[in-house]
Design a protein around this ligand. Sequence first.
Ligand code: TYM
Length: 333
Amino acid sequence: MIGDKKIVYSAVQPTGCITLGNYIGAIKNWIKLFEEYNGIFAIADLHALTVRQVPADYRQRAVSFFAQYLACGLDPEKCILYFQSHVHEHTELTWILNCFTYIGEAQRMTQFKDKSAKHADNVNMGLLDYPVLMASDILLYQTDYVPVGIDQKQHLELSRDLAIRFNNLYSPTFTVPEAYIPKQGAKVFSLQDPTKKMSKSDPDVNATVSLIDTPDDVMRKFKRAVTDCDGFVAYDEENKPGVSNLLTIYSAVSGKPIEDIVPMFEGKGYAELKTEVGDAVVETLRPIREKYTDFMKNKDYILSVAKNGAMQASGIARRTLSKVYRKVGLVEA
Ligand code: TYM
């Protein structure tokens, strides 16, 4: 960790595929942030065990995700990259924080309610405890900022509440983290149902764009994107969610503000908009896909980066955990 720079922490679960939504809502911002701050990023492989995984596929996907992080430009020379399961302090702090989290608080989480409804046959303790593990991820590193999409805001508020509660009960122990939510692209919606977020685990392959989709697949998905019957391009989230989503995506990948994009399509139809957005996304993803292919040919490199990252992460996490153990009155080892 470099000097007294602020700490930025985030993580992604290795489920489904890394989508354009994750890239725009999260990864792209991290790259900018870690130029300025100390960045720590994890593959949240313990979080995703709250739903059933096929072990061999899961292991392979976690490595593939790691390679995609690297390919997106997360540089192990500039930030710490690791697998959450390699740093045991996460689960240890979770147990302590569990004892400071009220069941009602956990049950109120929107994602818990949604996931419980979706996996009604497997409403396990992990699903309820998910935000406490997330709070542990964040608080272990004395994190200042957490770049996430808007769907994680409620979980972040719980992390803040837990930090404040613990600090008040004992003495200042945890930095109280702040969410860092991008103004544009905080929520990228499904291409097939633009009222739903673009989700990594959507079974409809046309609804999401993966970072490693081929250019043909990307174009096909944008050409099939659901819009409306009005036939004119305007930004109106409520009445024109599909078109607004395409404009958000275009703005995020091109760096142009939406106000400048809308006039470009005056008198033009949706076909032009879809082609233009599709092309811009293809060009954004092209270098990522190429680098990804190279990294996947060298798994030993990926694993050595992860091992080194876990060692660095554990060094920081251990300090926080020791402080916590001491404060709650555990006998020193
Ligand atoms: P996950 O894996 O579901 O999503 C990873 C990140 O991508 C953002 N995101 C989106 N942003 C915009 N539009 C979308 N359609 C979209 N879909 C996902 C999410 O907000 C998230 O930032 N619980 C976290 C993982 C996690 C974590 C953490 C995050 C574990 N520990 C500690 C921050 C700090 C999650 O479910 O992310």
